[in-house]
Write a protein that binds this ligand. Sequence first.
Ligand code: NAP
Length: 309
Amino acid sequence: MSDERNVIIVGSGPAGLTAAIYAGRANLMPLIVAGSQPGGQLTLTSEVENYPGFAEAILGPELMDVMRKQAERFGTEFVDDDVVGVDLSSRPFAVKTAERTWRARAIIVATGASARLLGLESERRLLGRGLSTCATCDGFFFKGQELVVVGGGDSAMEEATFLTKFASKVTIVHRRDTLRASKIMQDRAHRNPKVAWALNRVVDEILGADRVTGVRLSDPDSGTVEDLPAGGVFVAIGHTPNTQLFSGQLEMDPSGYLVTESGSTRTNVPGVFAAGDVADHVYRQAVTAAGTGCMAAIDAERFLEAHAH
Ligand code: NAP
């Protein structure tokens, strides 16, 4: 079989899968390189209650499974592998996995974003061992325990408030004494009797040999160090777009998000489109990702029509 495809979609979250459904129904026979974490961030969540069309909550992984089946129904070809390189300087474009190189007349980038970590060695060791980046996924495992949430934005407030459903106490650790979170989210956390605060504190270390036992905090002004015991630590310090592959090839904003032309999914390279969180640091919802995935497929279809051999 030839290596050339009309459209290659990189990423298989709601943006990529919706692009596949639309491109499939437009007879473009898309190929989707689904990545090593197929389904994207929603596979790390539990219940999804705000995706329209489901009167009852649906589990994140289940929602992605249904979307994938829908994409398969319209002839999407899936490659469950990571893209390791792209070359957008020649046409058709090159999309490389470890196994082979594909050619694409158009590309839809839907690689999403990943939760940011603090960058500590102890963090790598303890991730999944009491250290998490997703309260909705893992909160349930920490019933009756004392927990720490790191961050001062809306995510940290939301995660801390959510975790009080399970935990006996949740301490929000933030590196400054002013929170970044919106007032309403701050107020909600402040009103919660189970929430405690460690402001103006930097996390120097996550403690524990093979399971989290607490955090080592320091005061950036006085340099004082103290250990805070905790059965679990949730890092909620924002997200990083997965755009390293496109560095030097596609235009990005200072935070690394892909830049698209206003009102479309067009990037600065004609024939390359971006959908979902990779180009959106504002809304970051499954439904907005799906919406821009649809837009990208329509934009790609029109591009291919205008550039038919
Ligand atoms: P964010 O607003 O960028 O906040 C990140 C927080 O983490 C900041 O307080 C930041 O500290 C801290 N931080 C970043 N890097 C750090 C590091 N290396 N060490 C320690 N602390 C660090 O991210 P977010 O909270 O994920 O929110 C992202 C967007 O989603 C926002 O627009 C937010 O409003 C939105 N959101 C909305 C809701 C909601 O309304 N329900 C829920 C979640 C998210 P500094 O403040 O010192 O920079």
